[in-house]
Unconditional design. Sequence first.
Length: 258
Amino acid sequence: MMNKDTKRKVIDQFGKNAQKYVTSETHAKGKDLPIIVEWLNPKKSDVVLDIATGGGHVANVLSPYVKEVYATDLTKNMLANTRNHLSKSCDNISYVIADAESLPFLDNSFDTVTCRIAPHHFPNPEAFIKESARVLKPGGSFLMIDNVSPDEQELAMFMNKMEYLRDPSHHRCLSVNEWRALFSRNNLTEKQSHLRKKIYTFPSWVERTSESDPQTHSVYKHIMNGQKKMQDYFNVTYENNTLKTVSIDEWMTLCRKE
């Protein structure tokens, strides 16, 4: 099970901001959504599990191409809001409250398992990968998209502190190599992947999760005080001496279960 304190923070954070994640430009209109369909090449007979569905954007984009989608999330309010948002357009999505690290499904149940922009909230990534592989049929597809940290420890620590200050439900972004080690231990073979810089407009990025001006200022101060190599790596830009943009590495990967 997820660490109880982290779980509570996730439920509180996403419950309060459920509508923001449905309408967020980054989540709702990401360039990765059509690529998900292209990479998975779904079949009408497929049954899909979307873990930590959030605003339901992956479930929504896949539902026209498959038999059924199970959209799961730890946060009841988030899931209810997503169901209300999608119920008129998608009639083959089932909504299930579920912990990503302890899935309530039998072994070998799904043709495809997806998880987008969520694993950095999970306190036990290995349990998440183990569970994803367990419920996936042999030969099935596992597709994950998430923010990832650089391999260099100093940069990784800077990034994870920045994310935690912005969103206390953040646990840790793993590096690509850390994820690959978890895949290998759980019979998931990487077939293709893509790493990109995802640029955020600072005010809207912070305001989506910040609960106070002091919290927003703490993120701003952390970035402003970062060494030059930190600011260069995360593409920090300014306009009229005000922080304008910051970038985060995002990794998209497709695996097959052996």
